[in-house]
Design a protein around this ligand. Structure first.
Ligand SMILES: Nc1nc2c(ncn2[C@@H]2O[C@H](COP(=O)(O)OP(=O)(O)OP(=O)(O)O)[C@@H](O)[C@H]2O)c(=O)[nH]1
Ligand SMILES: [Mg+2]
Length: 209
């Protein structure tokens, strides 16, 4: 193991020891269903809702944290789940105009969204694990997904790929599986709750030592 990676592991270990919960960031491109997933987790485990869901991208522009205790059989894990703003390589205010926002609102949203992207990326240094949410109806091999996963891997942060929206008939979760076959993957519908039990099992398995 490289000395840098030993130091990174030690730093993460001591940081996580300084708090009681395991901090998990929910990451992904805008609109993939991160907040829907976070709200589903909150509802399943009796925590407060994370926030609003919208078909307009960049609905979440500031991170939201909630404590969630997951109990499966004899395992009980206290998580701090962080719903993060969608990560994008480009934020263009003109995209919001077609959703009915006026120019002033669209420019304001774009400004906040850009700040949100920076905040989400910064937060990568401060998490113990991540859920990388991917919309199964879209091409998974995007710059955002590859960069996010590359970053997590380089920093040795454990993560689970969550292929979301499997309830939609155009969903192709096997494409997500093929693209990221080296990593743990769970296929879910955050909207209907399908396979959420599998995700909770994977979280307890992957994020606790
Ligand atoms: N059919 C279906 N729609 C979903 C699912 N998850 C989310 N959606 C829809 O996808 C859209 C975006 O959902 P959000 O949860 O706001 O997505 P997000 O990733 O938090 O988006 P940002 O905050 O903008 O980054 C909304 O219209 C949701 O209703 C799912 O599992 N199935
Ligand atoms: Mg959101």
């Amino acid at each position: 193991m490289k000395p840098k990676s030993v130091i990174q592991r030690l730093l993460r270990y001591f940081r996580s020891r300084s708090r009681e919960e395991v901090r998990i960031g929910i990451y992904g491109a805008p609109n993939v269903g991160k907040t829907t997933l976070a709200n589903r987790i909150a509802e399943d485990w009796g925590a407060e809702r994370f926030g609003e869901v919208s078909e307009i991208p960049h609905e979440t522009r500031c991170s939201v944290r909630r404590r969630v205790r997951i109990e499966l059989g004899s395992s009980r894990v206290d998580f701090e789940i962080v719903d993060t703003p969608g990560v994008a390589t480009k934020v263009d205010y003109r995209k919001f105009l077609k959703y009915g926002l006026d120019v002033r609102e669209a420019k304001q949203r774009a400004k906040e969204a850009t700040r949100g992207v920076v905040e989400a990326i910064r937060m990568l240094k401060n998490i113990d694990g991540a859920l990388v949410v991917i919309d199964s109806t879209k091409d998974p091999l995007t710059q955002v997904n590859v960069t996010l996963i590359g970053n997590l891997e380089a920093n040795e942060i454990p993560f689970i790929v969550v292929a979301n929206k499997i309830d939609l008939k155009e969903a192709d979760p096997s494409a997500v599986e093929d693209a990221f076959s080296d990593y743990p993957i769970v296929k879910v519908s955050a909207k209907t709750g399908e396979n959420m039990e599998d995700l909770y099992k994977a979280m307890v398995r992957e994020f606790t030592s």
